[in-house]
Design a protein around this ligand. Structure first.
Ligand code: ZN
Length: 321
């Protein structure tokens, strides 16, 4: 059997090192058929994959004096994506043979049919379950470094459209949140770990070091509310969530990309009219931003971490490097 691999651009294919393939015990690139970009692969509506991401889709940077520059994009194809109805329909991720895919050991990579960034694929476990295992987190973290991509996770209540089957998004766009400065917290943790509270409109923790996946997994096991995860360059950002659709009157769910500062606008009107201040307010509303609520959240987190030393973060400021 040949593994099939199709991504948006040849430069992305070139970025998959042979080393990575070997690591996942595939027998080398000769067993991976690299489907040409203009492959006749199509989605359910007969649209060619190569046409999926419109390079001319508008994207702009919402500049701000503070340096916290959010980004906003609008992509017609993305907004035309059908709503997955859930319970009664078949899970769209169970039958990987129906999509172009690359098998890893217990996961597969497959192109996103409604991409919001260049080289947008999804990392999906073969098995059907909704919350990440330690193995899932380790893989997502290592892929973010090896593929030089942003890897994100949305779950039920934090922007996932397919809630029942875990899936990570992997894409080229760099989220503004990853270049945010932070203050070290929980400094009594082992030296192999660095935990920072970021100066961002929504409360978030950046975790880096050799035990990152283990720390995040331990935290998530005891955290019962929605959250988003962002992996980039081998570190993780954990963003607890309060509201899924912060834009009043519009059922537009924020996922990790949006709360991470890259807004995939749900309408052209919003794309045209949004400014930095508005976006900043939506991010603050989607996550935790008030002093009182952060205190309650943090004491819950510390309990989950079995941590006695309480190191409260400062109130998030709108500050970036
Ligand atoms: Zn499934």
């Amino acid at each position: 059997m040949l593994w099939r691999l199709l991504f948006l651009s040849p430069d992305f294919q070139a970025r998959i090192p042979e080393k990575l393939i070997n690591q996942f015990k595939l027998s080398g690139l000769q067993r991976v058929a690299l489907v040409p970009e203009k492959s006749l692969l199509s989605d359910n509506n007969g649209n060619l994959f190569a046409e999926y991401f419109d390079e001319s889709s508008p994207c702009r940077i919402l500049e701000d004096k503070s340096g916290m520059n959010f980004k906003i994009s609008f992509n017609k194809r993305r907004v035309s994506r059908p709503v997955f109805s859930g319970n009664n329909s078949a899970c769209p991720f169970d039958n990987r043979e129906s999509r172009a895919h690359l098998d890893l050991e217990r996961h597969y990579l497959t192109p996103n049919w409604y991409p919001f960034s260049k080289n947008h694929s999804m990392l999906i476990p073969f098995r059907h379950y909704s919350l990440p295992t330690l193995e899932d987190l380790r893989l997502a973290l290592s892929l973010s470094a090896k593929l030089n991509q942003t890897v994100t996770l949305n779950i039920a209540g934090s922007g996932a459209s397919v809630k029942q089957h875990l899936h990570f998004h992997c894409f080229d766009e760099r989220l503004p949140i990853v270049s945010c400065l932070g203050k070290e917290v929980l400094s009594n943790y082992p030296k192999s770990l660095k935990i920072e509270s970021l100066y961002y409109p929504a409360y978030c923790l950046k975790i880096s070091g050799s035990q990152t996946a283990e720390f995040v997994h331990g935290l998530l096991e005891k955290f019962s509310q929605p959250y988003n995860l962002v992996f980039f360059n081998g570190f993780a950002i954990f963003i607890p969530r309060k509201i899924e659709a912060p834009l009043e009157g519009v059922a537009w769910n924020f996922g990790a990309a949006e709360i991470g500062g890259f807004l995939v606008a749900g309408s052209k009107e919003f794309f045209d009219s949004a400014d930095n201040k508005l976006v900043c307010g939506l991010i603050a509303k989607a996550g935790f931003s008030e002093k009182k609520e952060i205190e309650i959240l943090e004491s819950g987190l510390l309990k989950a971490l079995n941590c006695e030393e309480l190191v409260l973060s400062k109130k998030p400021k709108n500050l970036n490097q």
